[in-house]
Design a binder for this molecule. Structure first.
Ligand code: BGC
Length: 784
């Protein structure tokens, strides 16, 4: 059980009622606001104290050389790191003659609330300065989901007892200094002063700064406008220099009087547009926001979110923490993808600079499944971004002596950014993950235009990669040797089952798509012979199995390896990668994160065809005692398969781990940004786990079963123009087609025709009885 919660448990908000400076960096991630284009960390309005200042623009990065002690052919030479761009959040405050700084004086009251329905961060605090003046400060902040360049702050100050002179300095600041990284490879490198000034302007309430990154040559423009409401004698001034533009408001306030500043900030960036064009772009965005006004922006935000929640909400009865957590998760997943518009969704979204702001397979295998069924438009955008990066992926494949496209393991601009090739370049599965996401999106939406264009191109180029990466042995069996699967504690292995099954499905989907769209396929140079070789490879793919143990192997020979010595590994030696050399992890049976278990979920139809339920349960039980969950991507996958195999109690504990990853800071690194894949995994654990939801071609199957603690779970899915509602209670499931054409779905194997003429109710069968599997010592999930 998680005790000492930092945030109160409420269904629709996340609230902090005291300020703990040690947890400031963590709360900056939790309270981050973003729309997928602009991201503002939840830094305090006054800028200091801070954990990690952060303002991000999706795609804005700097390049740096990747140094190698021993270089090798094909090593990526240039790395990419997200940069902290011009900060428009800043509202410094002077109270009489002292700076409002919570490290001094006395904080009488402090509360910050992330409102998941209104999409705003609110703050109320009361502070007494060291000299004894007490002021009340309220702020409301939003990053607009409807106007993607725009963020806005309303900042209000009032004296509590005496007449007080206050000065608010609203700023735009570039090149803020950043704390040094702590040596954990998962944190970002700090690039100090990444922006070169090009233009600064301050005219009355309007401010503007334009900068350019040195190596990547990206131009960043940020502009602000202000509306002031205060006593008649309020004075205003503004000034700017290369890295700072400032609007200053001064007033003497009597108790009962208030000074209010409403600030709108517009952000833009480009690799091609000129300085004047960028200046105009942000000024135009400000004009559009002014047209809506503050109230308009707040209303638009609310109505955007009302629509989203009507499609996407998940209701949990019986566990208030998970109820809150799943909404928090959905909110942040939406924020990460809503307006990404042909850009990546990084592993941390735009909530922090962890992992250098890179996007991984997290996007396609964790985040996009959620968005496919809740905000499908965003999925097409992300996949279009992948498609835009095909030239780089083709070049990478060619450099590696392969055909088709080899997508990067980690990237911002589409080129490979991983300097560690055994867990980077060799993790080829990312290419099949992208293809899988394209197939999932097309099947779940029926978007044929996408399928014919972006989808087909992604499928063809990825199929070509697999065909050239694998080979047929003299028996005709198709092998993919020397690759790294999802489990990063194994590398350069032969026939990784996850990779082989994902490649198989990629090859078959590509061949099918070429048959459906022969003209477009011909334009991509695919002939019948080529697609026949894809089918041959797919049908002959090797899936390693150990007859003696009766389990599928993670890769060929995996089960023969020595088991990790869990008994002598201390609780404080996790994550193992920070305490043991990779060479030792690689040669032993120890699983960082679900791999074979994930394959049973993502390639479930292959397992359904080739094995019975007992085999799946045996596989799950075999990998449980080996899986240490040193990646936050694991718990949700284990939750899904624990639920499928009837271990509902265990599934519940894993679901809670995924759900509370950031709210309870389970991995102690939420400060670097949120674990967006784990947040998405919360939805996956509930919908695919307890809902037993699986896509079967163009139809949906459900096999719901609740853990004892839940009295009800309800969710909605968007599917091929329909909205389907699923409500599960202990003994029954109710399906309702809320809108859209009739459809056939399945409940525990039974076909149900949904005509839209009312709910269909079915009994939920009891789960099979199975002995609960063990986990490695110290790595059992918390029992709730
Ligand atoms: C995991 C990867 C993941 C990355 C970013 C790593 O720890 O092993 O699977 O893509 O984190 O979340």
């Amino acid at each position: 059980m998680i005790t000492n919660r930092t945030y109160t448990v409420e269904p629709w908000s996340v609230r902090e009622t005291s300020l703990n400076l040690d947890l400031l960096a963590q709360s900056e991630s939790v309270f981050a606001l973003s729309n997928g284009h602009v991201g503002w960390r939840g830094n305090l309005d006054e800028g200091e104290p801070h954990g990690l200042p952060g303002t991000y623009l999706n795609g804005v990065h700097e390049l740096h050389p990747l140094p190698y002690a021993e270089a090798g052919y094909g090593y990526p030479e240039s790395g990419q790191t997200v940069i902290n761009v011009t900060n428009g959040k800043l509202m410094r405050l002077l109270v009489d003659d002292e700076p409002f700084d919570l490290r001094y004086g006395r904080l009488v009251k402090h509360e910050r609330t992330l409102d998941l329905r209104r999409g705003v961060l609110e703050r109320v605090c009361e502070w007494t300065s060291p000299a004894g003046s007490t002021v009340r400060v309220r702020s409301t902040r939003l990053v607009s989901l409807t106007q993607r360049a725009i963020a806005a702050v309303q900042y209000e100050v009032e004296p509590v007892d005496d007449s007080t002179r206050v000065v608010i300095q609203s700023g735009l600041v570039a090149n803020e200094s950043l704390p040094d990284p702590d040596g954990d490879p998962r944190t970002a490198r700090a690039l100090q002063s990444p922006l070169e000034p090009e233009e600064h302007m301050a005219a009355g309430p309007r401010l503007r700064l334009v900068h350019r990154t040195r190596r990547s040559g990206l131009r960043v423009a940020v502009a602000a406008d202000h509306m002031v409401d205060g006593p008649d004698e309020t004075t205003m001034a503004s000034e700017s220099n290369v890295d700072v533009a400032r609007f200053t408001v001064t007033a003497v306030l009597e108790p009962g009087q208030r000074l209010r500043v409403r600030k709108t900030v517009a952000h833009g960036w480009s690799s091609t547009r000129s300085r004047p064009a960028m200046g105009d772009q942000v000024e135009a965005a400000l004009a559009a926001a002014a047209h809506s006004g503050w109230d308009g922006l707040v209303e638009e935000q609310r109505s955007y979110l009302d629509d989203f929640w009507a499609r996407a909400d998940v209701e949990v009865h019986g566990d208030e923490e998970i109820q809150q957590a799943v909404r928090f998760a959905l909110f942040h997943v939406l924020q990460a993808g809503a307006r990404a518009e042909q850009r990546a969704i990084p592993a941390k979204g735009l909530t922090g600079s962890g992992y250098d702001g890179h996007a991984f397979w997290d996007t396609e295998m964790f985040v996009l499944p959620v968005l496919t069924y809740t905000e499908p438009r965003a999925v097409a955008e992300v996949l279009r971004w992948r498609c835009d990066t095909l030239p780089a992926a083709r070049d990478r494949a060619a450099q590696l002596g392969l055909r088709g496209a080899a997508f990067p393991w980690r990237t911002i601009d589409g080129s490979e950014g991983s300097a560690y090739w055994p867990a980077g370049t060799a993790a080829f599965h990312v290419t099949a993950d992208i293809a899988h996401a394209a197939v999932r999106y097309a099947a779940a939406t029926g978007d044929t235009e996408f399928e014919r264009g972006t989808g087909l191109e992604l499928l063809v180029e990825s199929a070509r990669l697999w065909r050239s990466l694998g080979h047929h042995d003299h028996h005709g069996v198709f092998h993919i040797d020397g690759v790294t699967g999802p489990d990063e504690y194994s590398a350069i292995a032969d026939d990784n089952t996850y990779t082989n099954l994902m490649a198989r499905s990629n090859l078959l989907s590509a061949a099918d798509a070429c048959e459906r769209f022969p003209d477009e396929a011909a334009r991509l140079g695919v002939d019948e012979e080529e697609s026949a070789t894809w089918r041959d490879a797919a049908e002959a793919v090797h899936i390693p199995y150990n007859d003696e143990l009766g389990v599928h192997e993670q890769d060929s020979g995996y089960t023969r390896h020595q088991r990790w010595d869990f008994a002598t590994t201390g609780a404080d030696q996790y994550p193992l990668m920070l305490h043991f050399p990779y060479f030792d992890l690689y040669r032993k049976q120890v699983v960082k994160q679900s791999d074979l278990v994930l394959a049973m979920y993502t390639c479930g139809s292959w397992f359904d065809e080739h094995c019975d339920e007992e085999q799946i349960a045996r596989n799950f039980a075999y990998y449980e005692p080996l899986t240490v969950r040193d990646s936050s991507l694991s718990a949700c996958c284990q939750a899904v398969m624990a639920a499928q195999t009837g271990h509902l109690r265990l599934a519940y504990d894993y679901a809670a781990e995924a759900a509370l990853m950031d709210l309870a800071d389970l991995e102690h690194n939420t400060r670097d940004g949120l674990h967006i894949a784990s947040l998405a995994g919360t939805w996956m654990a509930l919908v695919a786990g307890f809902g037993g939801t699986r896509r079967d071609g163009e139809s949906l199957r459900f096999a719901p079963r609740l853990p004892e603690k839940f009295s009800r779970l309800a969710f909605r899915l968007q599917f091929r123009g329909r909205c389907l509602q699923v409500e599960i209670e202990a003994d029954k499931a109710t399906y309702t087609l809320l809108n859209g054409a009739p459809v056939t779905i399945h409940h525990h194997g039974e076909p149900l025709r949904m005509n839209g003429d009312g709910p269909v109710v079915r009994a939920v069968p009891a789960p099979p009885r199975r002995t609960a599997p063990e986990q490695p010592p110290h790595r059992r999930p918390n029992v709730r």
